[in-house]
Design a protein around this ligand. Structure first.
Ligand SMILES: Nc1ncnc2c1ncn2[C@@H]1O[C@H](COP(=O)(O)OP(=O)(O)O)[C@@H](O)[C@H]1O
Ligand SMILES: [Mg+2]
Length: 260
């Protein structure tokens, strides 16, 4: 099981949309995926049609010592499961902060769990802040996937998250973590700014940037309120086509790793 943190400290850039829909498209293409909802806002949980608060969250493992396997819930989609979020997760940052191992506790829990399952990928939907939950996710992850909105301020935030990643790596908490990819989201093909931002990110981050670009699409914004993924809600939409292509590209990048 590869652990992929989907993170960017900026809110509203497409982390949750990518967690849900990349997860759904990977599952539709045959990969076994678990999404971990680590954002107390619980948007991933409701987008996958679970009621936040009706199930335990990763809080139960982090603070109460519960076995992660008991937290995993099926979704209505084959191959796609979720560790949902509940209200307690909001208090998790404060409780974890008191613990000496706060940076690596999630890592310990997830790395023990992965020895027991045949899941291919765990996608962690991170909260929009550089707090303990997000840094814990970076410490636990094999890879970081950064959704980046096609706008000028997206670039500013990017250097911050790269710095945090370096901090997590050099602290010894997770020396091997790397940026798996940057996915450009909410692209508006009618604006020059979108293209300028994409060009600039590609110039600096080169092959790290996914060739698939996620367009701004009304259906992508609507689908969570129906508790459905984009390939279920509007399978012919531009958003469904884009996330399907992103999943293909993701699988091509990961093919050698899963086999090993
Ligand atoms: N490509 C897109 N096109 C249109 N709306 C989008 C797109 N991606 C995300 N959204 C919407 O924008 C808002 C923020 O996206 P979200 O994935 O929740 O961001 P984050 O998790 O980074 O805060 C949500 O209402 C979501 O439905
Ligand atoms: Mg979110």
């Amino acid at each position: 099981m590869r652990i992929i943190a989907i993170a960017n400290q900026k809110g509203g850039v497409g982390k949750t949309t990518t967690s849900v829909n990349l997860g759904a498209c990977l599952a539709a293409q045959g990969a076994r995926v678990t999404v971990l909802d680590l954002d107390p806002q619980a948007n991933t949980t409701s987008a996958l049609d679970l009621v936040p608060g009706e199930n335990p969250s990763i809080y139960d493992s982090l603070i109460e010592g519960a076995d992660v396997a008991t937290l995993v819930r099926a979704t209505k989609y084959d191959n796609l499961s979720i560790i949902p979020c509940d209200l307690q997760l909001a208090g998790c940052e404060i409780e974890l902060a008191r613990a000496e191992d706060h940076l690596t506790r999630l890592r310990g829990i997830l790395h023990a769990y992965r020895e027991t399952v045949d899941t291919d990928y765990m996608l962690i939907d991170c909260p929009p802040s550089l707090g303990i939950l997000m840094t814990s996710a970076l410490a636990a992850a094999d890879e970081l996937l950064i959704p980046l909105q096609c706008e000028y301020f997206g670039l500013v935030g990017l250097s911050e998250i790269v710095k945090v990643l370096e901090m997590v790596a050099t602290s010894g908490a997770n020396p091997d973590v790397e940026i798996e990819g940057i996915v450009m989201t909410m692209a508006d093909s009618r604006t020059n700014l979108t293209q300028q931002v994409i060009d600039e990110v590609q110039r600096v981050f080169k092959e790290t940037v996914y060739k698939t670009i996620i367009p701004r699409s009304i259906a992508l914004g609507e689908s969570p309120s129906h508790g459905r993924t984009i390939i279920d809600y509007k399978p012919a939409s531009a958003g469904a086509i884009a996330y399907t292509a992103l999943a293909k590209e993701f699988l091509a990048r990961h093919a050698p790793q899963v086999a090993s």
